[in-house]
Write a protein that binds this ligand. Structure first.
Ligand code: JHZ
Length: 416
């Protein structure tokens, strides 16, 4: 049964307030993708929310049409980054790089917005920085504090930034990885960043890059938590509105293609690097503020949805056992939008212990620890956490040696 409630429709662009928003993809109503269920919740009515996107041609921001209240999505959160070797290496690398770029000295303050279990901050700590996290997820913040990562259980806002500034002083470095896209009132967040950032400080955000999303058909990274899908141009508009300036940009393969964007106070001494001009020029050539690339993308998505469903249905007709790997939020979007039900996918394995014994939202597929893969030996494994496909395949050589096959959905469906 479909009930849609307590979300609201976005009628103005989140960054530039333009009312002219162009729709281009509608994936239909579905449960929030991190809304994993316990056995006792299976019989309850699950709320479903629309999942559709629009482009703002004025500033170039791609955004969702509907906003689900943050309280519903982030208060009790089951996602933690620290179970991926790749992510740990990535965070270790960027902590070092950011410290070097900021010319930060030991003991200066680093604040991480949406700090989750404190993985990124732990690397700043090993370099002798003073650290502070802020995150709304009660369950995860408790664990972070127990593990020696001082973390405030709150949303980052102008108001909480004011409190942090009063108690800890200004921050030399502020980081925000995979969280700015999750925030509805982005102007309040940027007001807070401006207020808390030291005069010569660096604010570094990471977010999935819109160009990768379009190019590699990563439509399943579109979900309720991700309210915005960033290219650089809309970020320059946002920075300007808050008297900040983008000075450097890096691209990484993590999460299917991510940009790391360095912001400083507009009037500070920092020199703007050529990378900024390069990214903006590339985006211009791709016509990212015009509807055409998005219409083409929507067409590719429709074809993909049909073909993945058909592939799995054919395998099922041949009586194969199929499992999913990685109970990722994006995996739930993939399953819903392709119509993959519990009679097509027998179970999902995942490395995060919080998810074990739970069921995927909407289609109610049981989630087991990764170790059960060899015990149950499905014929095929659909990699739902496809952004970690290489890591997952590499650590499951025994499954392959015994004849098991992986299905990798992106950038095109292939069997390994
Ligand atoms: P993963 C999250 O999305 C949530 P999700 C969030 N909204 C966001 O913005 C993006 O990240 C970036 C499992 N796994 O990271 C762990 C294994 O089982 O792609 C996770 O449940 N074995 C903040 O949820 C899932 O896969 C492994 O070896 O789409 C991966 O989820 C590895 C590496 C992962 O994010």
């Amino acid at each position: 049964m479909t009930t849609i409630h307590d979300q609201y429709r976005q009628t103005f662009c989140r960054i530039c307030q333009s009312a002219k928003l162009v729709p281009f993809l509608d994936l239909g109503a579905m449960p929030i993708p991190n809304g994993f269920l316990s056995q006792s919740q299976l019989s309850m009515n699950e709320a479903r929310y629309p999942l559709a996107t629009v482009l703002c041609p004025r500033c170039g921001l791609v955004q969702l049409t509907h906003v689900v209240p943050a309280e519903r999505m982030f208060k009790n959160y089951l996602y933690i980054p620290s179970t991926s070797r790749n992510l740990l290496d990535h965070f270790k690398k960027i902590a070092r790089e950011i410290i070097d770029s900021a010319h930060a000295k030991q003991g200066e303050l680093v604040v991480d917005i949406g700090s989750n279990d404190g993985t990124l901050l732990s690397f700043f700590k090993t370099h002798g920085m003073k650290i502070l996290g802020i995150d709304p997820a009660e369950n995860i913040v408790a664990a972070a504090n127990e593990n020696g990562i001082p973390t405030i259980n709150d949303y980052f806002s102008k108001e909480s930034a004011q409190r942090i500034k009063k108690k800890y002083g200004k921050a030399k470095i502020i980081t925000a990885t995979n969280v700015i896209a999750h925030i509805d009132d982005i102007h309040d967040t940027f007001d807070g960043i401006r207020l808390l950032l030291a005069r010569d400080g660096l604010f570094v955000m990471e977010a999935p890059y819109l160009v990768d999303l379009l190019k590699k058909n990563e439509f399943d990274t579109i979900y309720h938590e991700h309210l915005s899908y960033f290219a650089i141009r809309p970020l320059t508009v946002l920075a300007k509105k808050h008297k900040l300036r983008i000075i450097d940009i890096y691209h990484d393969d993590i999460h299917g293609g991510t940009v790391r964007v360095y912001f400083v106070h507009e009037k500070s001494q920092w020199r703007t690097q050529p990378s900024v001009r390069r990214f903006l020029a590339k985006e211009k050539i791709l016509f990212l503020d015009k509807p055409e690339p998005y219409v083409a993308f929507a067409g590719r998505v429709a074809r993909f949805r049909h073909s993945l469903r058909k592939r799995l249905a054919d395998l099922k007709k041949e009586k194969h056992i199929i499992a999913g790997y990685g109970a990722a939020a994006k995996g739930n979007v993939l399953m819903h939008s392709c119509g993959i039900t519990a009679d097509m996918l027998d179970f999902v394995v995942d490395s995060i212990s919080y998810k074990h014994g739970k069921f995927t939202p909407g289609n109610h597929i049981p989630i087991y620890p990764e170790e059960r893969l060899l015990e149950l030996m499905p014929d095929y494994v659909l990699i739902l956490a496809w952004n970690f496909a290489d890591e997952i395949i590499a650590k499951n050589q025994e499954y392959r040696a015994r004849g098991g096959k992986f299905i990798v959905p992106h950038p095109r469906i292939r069997i390994v």
